[in-house]
Design a protein around this ligand. Structure first.
Ligand SMILES: C[S@@+](CC[C@H](N)C(=O)[O-])C[C@H]1O[C@@H](n2cnc3c(N)ncnc32)[C@H](O)[C@@H]1O
Length: 832
């Protein structure tokens, strides 16, 4: 095993041979993966060069055998599972109106039919619920994604998955990726930060958790901030979470390690007047960027790319992000640190360093009694460090052999070797976090590599920390990918860290110290975050100390902070007035409101977040739809356009999000917000819009929230007419089957209206009685026809579900006949 005692020449040969093997073996792997003599008649004689990925890598084998993440006798099984394609897994959106219908469909229909189908001698399980996921809401199939796409027998199931996924009733997600949010112990009133959130599958879960039991009419008091550094991936996340129809989400675009503090100066505001003076979180999910070798089964190209440098290269960033997460966590709060990597350098090493830095203020939680059906392994107490050339026994050896890229925190002891030599200089500078190995495929030694002498790694450091409380999920335990999870509890404010002078250095320190040393957390300041960001945001004294350190005068006002950006000057506003936003009808509030309306976006390329305050438009909307004054619109409507005369979309935000927006505003717009709230109203720009007294239609996302409050422009359709609307998208008035419905529609104004399905329990009340199970769609009433404003796929879904429900309830028979007059999509057809 390993490179222990191997001579330089032998070691080099070994690496070269290993690389050749990868490619030599790819032919046979190809045949295996393509499934020769496939019983379903798929072409099995594809040319072998079609196979793009080799599914072995000797450097990988050598590395993980040495780390002992599985016992030697398990190795073959471990590797064999890693080479198998990953079974497809998915989750039912527990907030979907149809979640129980879908679960029944899986349990009663697909479970049996797919078991009967079987494929290619695969496990005949078909699909089964994941035993550790609550309420049978998560499922795993024994089919890979490839099989689902290619196998004719699975076509119907595949179509079902695709359709429900697109609508938002299902989320396709790796089984193990569903685990971290389950350990966060989320409550409905929690403020949650998802630090590295894109593409958003875990954010979706977190949102489901806070919305879990809320009624249609009331929003949860918690909220989620989903952050990612990559704008494009943020857009993916926004698309993904749009299906959740939530007013409790803010998407931000920051480097997680520099996530802004978003706090107000203690001496300038009275927090009790604001509700919140500092943005801290009850829960933090820290699902950091990683080498990703836990996803080998899903992404087999990683076999070819894998190198030790991938893990070593992200270790420092992971640590910085985790430390920032803990700083933003409330005392008493819980943070989950997770990676989809198997590598201890990205996992146990990061957790160890967190514990060393935080001392008694953070504990690693023993969650062994939580989710007992989830099979997991305890974290390692001992592991080894290597770079592309050699195994390294300790930081001392790293210094001795000039191994740049290796930092003390990678070792179980975390102990730094202090030396004043040139080599040490190199190691303690920031460059070590960005070694050239990261992400490249340079596994082996090359001519001219400075190998040094192999160090004796037979004596491995052993950690005294309770790392067995960490969890590693491995593929062969329950036929999944791999994941690492650690649950951290913040007991008290973090120790005060050293200031800029020690930036990026990992100072020597010892596990045996009684008190944690005051260490810099390695976070560089940026203009926005100032130095305050490296601190525990709960530690007021340290904030002030740091503010002074950063050259910010003690008495600097919020206004002055805003002045740093010319677009946000608060001319003519007294500080006291800024601090009393809750007083009604004061001059100060008006000035404040005006300022909010006028504010320009601080962040380049990101639309500003502006409170929508156009009373004329808002009153018009309320009047048109008959929305009572009791509906909380005040300070809950947002636009992303500072020119309020040309607002196209109006977003609705929960009370919790409103508090964050106000805090952010007063704190100098520290948050770079890419998406916020729920799209509630949208300007109808087509010519139909001009014929309506109200140009703002209710968007599909906003309808569930508004529905119980709409008293005008609403009509209850019989199942027959409702089905026709969905089926034909646009119906001429004479073609309505039910006279009562036709008459009701005739009384509505031109423009947007809501049509509710009458299933018998709505009664004859006008407006109809609605509850969580009410099915309704937004429509547009034109001069001669009614058109549905729902996407084609949503119409289809509703139709299918409707038919199933109707059949079950045996309430009504739905005719298949077309309406009398020719149905065609005329100019009034609007599919929103
Ligand atoms: C493992 S993925 C997160 C997966 C996500 N939690 C989910 O469940 O869908 C890591 C994410 O971190 C983001 N990322 C990388 N560096 C980052 C940084 N410095 N700050 C914030 N996000 C970062 C990447 O863009 C990527 O989307």
């Amino acid at each position: 095993m390993g490179g222990r005692g191997r001579s330089r020449r032998t070691q080099r040969k070994h690496f070269r041979d290993g690389r050749e093997n990868v490619w030599k073996n790819s032919k046979s792997d190809t045949q295996e993966e393509n499934g020769s003599n496939n019983s379903n008649g798929n072409n099995t004689n594809k040319p072998t060069h079609w196979q793009p990925f080799a599914v072995e890598n000797s450097f990988f084998d050598e590395y993980y055998k040495e780390q002992g993440i599985v016992r030697p006798e398990e190795w073959d099984s471990f590797i064999e599972y890693l080479r198998r394609p990953l079974p497809a897994a998915f989750r039912i959106n527990s907030c979907s109106q149809f979640c129980t219908d879908i679960r029944s469909q899986l349990e009663d229909e697909f479970m049996k039919s797919l078991q009967a189908e079987g494929t290619d001698g695969n496990e005949a399980e078909g699909i089964k619920p994941l035993p550790w996921y609550p309420d049978n809401f998560a499922w795993q199939s024994s089919f890979s994604r490839m099989q689902l796409r290619k196998n004719k027998n699975l076509e119907r199931f595949h179509e079902f998955l695709k359709q429900e996924n697109e609508i938002g009733n299902l989320t396709r997600q790796e089984a193990v990726s569903m685990v971290p949010p389950l350990f966060l112990d989320v409550h409905q009133d929690h403020f949650i930060l998802d630090m590295c959130a894109a593409p958003g599958s875990k954010t979706f879960q977190l949102l489901e958790m806070i919305h879990r039991t809320s009624e249609v009419e009331s929003l949860p008091s918690g909220m989620v901030i989903a952050n990612d550094v990559d704008v494009q991936r943020c857009n993916l996340l926004i698309h993904q979470t749009k299906r959740m129809c939530t007013a409790n989400l803010v998407v931000t675009n920051h480097e997680a390690q520099h996530f802004p503090s978003c706090h107000l100066r203690k001496n300038r505001v009275n927090p009790s007047e604001l509700g919140m003076a500092e943005l801290l979180f009850d829960r933090v999910l820290c699902d950091v960027p990683c080498s990703g070798d836990g996803t080998l089964r899903k992404a087999p190209d990683i076999w070819r790319k894998w190198s030790v440098g991938m893990a070593n290269g992200v270790h420092c960033l992971q640590l910085q992000i985790a430390m920032r997460g803990l700083a933003l966590l409330k005392t008493g709060g819980r943070m989950v640190y997770s990676t989809c990597s198997m590598n201890p350098v990205e996992n146990e090493a990061v957790v160890s360093e967190i514990l060393r830095r935080c001392g008694d203020s953070v504990e690693l939680v023993d969650v062994s009694t939580e989710l007992p059906q989830l099979i997991r392994r305890p974290g390692l107490k001992s592991w080894k460090v290597r770079d592309k050339s050699m195994w390294i026994a300790s930081h001392k050896d790293a210094c001795k052999y000039g191994r740049t890229g290796i930092v003390p925190s990678m070792f179980p002891s975390g102990q730094a070797h202090i030396d004043t030599s040139d080599i040490d200089q190199k190691i303690t500078t920031g460059e070590i976090c960005d070694d050239g190995n990261s992400g490249n495929s340079n596994n082996g030694l090359q001519n001219g590599d400075d190998e040094g002498e192999p160090t004796d790694v037979s004596v491995t450091e052993v950690s005294s920390l309770p790392l067995e409380r960490c969890m590693r999920i491995v593929p062969h335990d329950q036929n999944t990918g791999s994941f690492f999870i650690a649950v951290l509890h913040k007991i008290s404010p973090l120790p005060v860290f050293q200031t800029k002078s020690s930036k990026n250095s990992q100072q020597p320190h010892s596990d045996n110290d009684e008190k944690p040393k005051l260490l810099d957390d390695g976070v560089e300041k940026d203009n926005n975050a100032m130095d305050l960001d490296v601190l525990d945001a709960t530690n007021e004294e340290s904030i002030e100390a740091k503010a002074a350190d950063a050259g910010v005068p003690d008495n600097e006002s919020d206004e002055a902070l805003l002045d740093s950006n010319p677009s946000k000057k608060l001319k003519g506003t007294e500080p006291e007035q800024v601090r009393t936003p809750n007083k009604v009808n004061t001059r100060a509030e008006k000035a404040n409101d005006k300022r909010k309306l006028q504010i320009q976006g601080k962040w380049f390329g990101v639309d500003p977040v502006v409170f929508f305050k156009d009373d004329a438009i808002l009153n018009g909307i309320k009047e048109f739809y008959g929305i009572p004054e009791s509906f909380p619109f005040s300070n809950r409507l947002i636009t992303r356009n500072s020119d309020t005369n040309h607002v196209k979309r109006i977003y609705y935000i929960s009370e919790s999000v409103k508090n964050v927006v106000e805090l952010n505003f007063l704190a100098g717009e520290q948050l770079k917000i890419t998406s916020i709230g729920l799209k509630m109203f949208e300007r109808q720009t087509s010519k139909e819009g001009t014929s309506s007294p109200c140009v703002f239609r209710i968007s599909s996302e906003g309808l569930p929230l508004l529905l119980p409050h709409v008293t005008k422009q609403i009509a209850c359709a019989s199942p027959v007419d409702f089905k026709h609307i969905l089926q034909y998208k646009s119906i001429k008035f004479p073609d309505f089957v039910d006279d009562g419905f036709r008459e009701k529609i005739a009384t509505l104004s031109l423009g947007c209206c809501v049509v509710v399905l009458n299933r018998g329990n709505e009664g004859s009340s006008d407006p109809p009685t609605v509850d969580k199970s009410t099915i309704a769609v937004g429509c547009w009433k034109g001069r001669s026809s009614l058109s549905v404003m729902v996407t084609a796929i949503d119409c289809q879904e509703l139709l299918e579900r409707l038919l199933v429900r109707m059949e079950t309830e045996k309430g009504s028979c739905l005719p298949e006949n077309k309406p009398d007059s020719e149905v065609k999509e005329d100019s009034e057809t609007i599919i929103g």
